[in-house]
Design a protein around this ligand. Structure first.
Ligand code: FES
Ligand SMILES: [Fe+2]
Length: 456
């Protein structure tokens, strides 16, 4: 099927060209607010943020605010954060509601399960304004998976898990649910939310933006001799650079485990040496973490079954980058057409019985904050200038490599399906094309395409 222009502005008429207005036009931003965000599953909080009964967090997406509350049976419920009297937001940030929320304006009360429990001077209201059920908090769909609580404002949307495949299967194999936040950071990026996440969804930029990650000797030479010692040192150097300030991206523990292996004998044949190194390191990482009582999958079994993806994307704004024992995890939220809140969690594995503190919400750093770790600093440095560059009169569209940047195209066309108001049954096949490892993913046919010429 094809999408039509009048319904959705700035459609991709070539799948390898992205009209620039999609990144700053206020009308386009408003359409996303109206037709995309209210219909998708959104990672609303990590479960460690609400460990105890009555713990709550507020999740905001543009002009909507949702309360997530831990119930007595340790389930999670979600509600629209608005008093049924005159609309005041009941709670902000996070805390423990102690069993009920009291509206600060006139004192109406709501139990943690959303039931209205008290109306101040109820006799003064006509009964039709106090109908039972009609004055409870408005529930929001909420499901838990992967160590997180997710919300969806659309009662018609399929269940969470169906909307996250195939990423959900891959991340389950990684035992994502047994990872915990080691730290949590937040950044304000002066660019569109799609631009921000696209900076992390291809590897084409690595050579130019992260020259320190291009390490001589890490890949076998096309011709000439392979030196296993040089290869090993290059691998260790790579792991250290990736790890610097980023914790879960490559965890210190795993870097140390790799360093302890640096004297192993490797063949002079790279086709033997490289897989041997990776298998050995995987085994040692698994053994070390299991010895300290952590839950970790067999990494070599994951590799053998094609599940050792370095990245899994969950449309529209969450992803996980597993590496050895640990992972980085990102979430991107629009604050306006040209402003984004990006959060990074470093996730790792702890001994099963280790008590962890509730993670503190981070201060929001500007994108040039000197405390930012080196690799994201390099990524962030491009974003403000790219956002400004898009406004140039002589620039009309981004031109994508269909092979190296295909995911960006797949993502935009999936967004267009939502903006066109397609039913969920039509959107699900598109989700299966984007909830994957986006790195070096080619542009693919999705279930619907914009009308107009297609790039050959
Ligand atoms: S607005 Fe909440 S009690 Fe009046
Ligand atoms: Fe990068």
């Amino acid at each position: 099927m094809t999408l039509d222009g009048p319904n959705v502005p700035y459609l991709l008429h070539h799948r390898d060209r992205i009209p620039k207005e999609r990144y700053f036009d206020p009308g386009f931003h408003a359409l996303e607010n109206e037709r995309l965000w209210p219909r998708v599953w959104q990672m609303a909080c990590r479960l460690e943020e609400i460990p105890e009964p009555n713990d709550f967090v507020e999740y905001r997406i543009l002009d909507q605010s949702i309360l997530l509350v831990r119930t007595d049976d340790l389930d999670v419920r979600a509600f629209q954060n608005t008093c049924r009297h005159r609309g005041v937001r009941l709670a902000e940030g996070r805390g423990n509601c102690g069993g009920s929320f009291t509206c600060p304006f006139h004192g109406w009360c709501y139990a943690a399960d959303g039931r209205n429990t008290f109306v101040t001077q109820s006799r003064t209201f006509d009964p039709h304004n106090l109908q039972p059920g009609d004055i409870d908090l408005v529930p929001v769909r909420c499901e838990t998976w992967g160590g997180c609580a997710w919300i969806n404002l659309d009662d018609e949307a399929p269940p969470l898990r169906a909307c996250l495949e195939p990423a959900a299967t891959i991340l389950d194999a990684w035992k994502l649910e047994s990872m915990r936040a080691e730290w949590w950071r937040a950044f304000r990026l002066p660019c569109n939310w799609k631009l921000a996440q696209e900076a992390f969804q291809e590897q084409y930029h690595v050579i130019t933006t992260h020259p320190r990650l291009v390490i001589p000797g890490r890949y076998p030479p096309r011709s000439g001799t392979f030196d296993p010692k040089t290869f090993l040192q290059a691998e260790l150097h790579y792991l250290r650079v990736m790890s610097e300030g980023m914790a879960g991206m490559v965890h210190d523990h795993d870097v140390r485990i790799a360093e302890n292996l640096q004297d192993i004998e490797l063949s002079n044949d790279p086709n033997e040496a490289i897989p041997t190194w990776h298998r050995r390191l995987n085994d040692e990482v698994v053994r070390w973490h299991r010895d300290r009582g952590a839950d970790i999958p067999d990494l070599n079994r994951l590799a053998a079954t094609g599940m050792n993806e370095p990245m899994a994307y969950c449309f529209p704004h969450f992803f996980v980058l597993p590496m050895y024992s640990s992972a980085s995890s990102y979430r991107f939220r629009p604050l306006g057409p040209e402003e984004t809140l990006m959060e990074i969690w470093s996730l790792t594995r702890y001994p099963r019985d280790e008590k962890r503190e509730r993670p503190e919400p981070p201060d929001v750093w500007e994108c040039d904050d000197p405390r930012t770790p080196p690799i994201p600093t390099e990524d962030f440095s491009n974003l403000p200038r790219q956002q400004r560059g898009l406004h140039a009169r002589g620039f009309e569209f981004m031109r994508l490599s269909e092979k190296a940047e295909g995911h960006i195209s797949n993502l935009h066309r999936t967004i267009d399906g939502y903006l066109a108001g397609l039913p969920h049954a039509k959107l699900l096949p598109a989700l299966r094309e984007v909830n994957v490892n986006p790195l070096e993913r080619p542009a693919v046919d999705i279930a619907f395409e914009p009308a107009g010429p297609r790039a050959g």
